[in-house]
Design a protein around this ligand. Structure first.
Ligand code: HEM
Ligand code: HEM
Length: 176
């Protein structure tokens, strides 16, 4: 297994990023679902406090993943079709846009942000920045749920290709 990608399969770095982020994103949707379905219960109390810090970690790792993808763009396996290409690109876009609009809302509301105790920005007193709050409130959860639909579609397509007589793409991302 090589560090970099090649045109047959993804390399070590892409795989670690893919599967590591898949786990973090799964956790992120568990916390979102806990808030949506189990407000004011011990389930929400357990999952929800991790939502902002883990969301921020996902953003940082996605920026690294984007840089890595661009560095490897000529080497990686070719997308099986246009739908796969657009689907992958949309997941990148949303995995960056969804946390970014939440951070705008956090900042615009004058609230400080210290994920894992790291000071990212401090809060302020006085008038709130309306457009930043609206950006987050209008788009964060809607785009978040759209992202979940894309992820579910992505996983189903991977298994469907495996089951049908199409060439499987799973060995590109998993196994030798
Ligand atoms: C990739 C990262 C993220 C994903 C996929 C995500 C997803 C979601 C989803 C689906 C909801 C809707 C829950 C509901 O309908 O009740 C939500 C709510 C929320 N998220 Fe995130 N989130 C992410 C990152 C963040 C970050 C970084 C912050 C804070 C800086 C944040 C703050 C919030 C807040 C305050 C809510 C509740 C208000 C609302 O529904 O908009 N999220 N998130
Ligand atoms: C939160 C969960 C997931 C996200 C956000 C995600 C996202 C992506 C993205 C963006 C790619 C393009 C390559 C890259 O830049 O890394 C990719 C490739 C791939 N993913 Fe996922 N993935 C997730 C989970 C899964 C799961 C559970 C499977 C299991 C079947 C899977 C199977 C694959 C395969 C086989 C490829 C290579 C596809 C190809 O080259 O055409 N993914 N994934």
């Amino acid at each position: 297994m090589t560090i970099k990608d090649n045109n047959q399969r993804y390399g070590k770095v892409s795989r670690i990023l893919h599967w590591g982020l898949a786990l973090l994103i799964l956790w992120q949707f568990l916390s979102a679902a806990a808030r949506f379905f189990f407000e004011d219960t011990s389930i929400e109390a357990f999952f929800w406090p991790t939502h902002k810090p883990v969301g921020f970690l996902i953003l940082v790792l996605m920026v690294l993943r984007l840089v890595w993808a661009l560095l490897n763009v000529k080497r990686r396996p070719e997308s099986v079709n246009l739908l796969a290409k657009l689907g992958h690109a949309s997941m990148y876009l949303l995995l960056i846009a969804v946390p970014v609009v939440a951070l705008f809302r956090q900042y615009g509301a004058g609230r400080s942000f210290e994920p894992f105790g790291i000071p990212v920005f401090s809060g302020f007193e006085g008038e709130k920045i309306r457009w930043m709050i609206d950006l987050g409130s209008d788009f964060h959860s809607t785009l978040g749920w759209i992202l979940l639909a894309l992820v579910v579609g992505h996983i189903m397509m991977a298994f469907w290709r495996q089951k049908s007589d199409k060439t499987s793409v799973i060995p590109r991302m998993w196994g030798k």
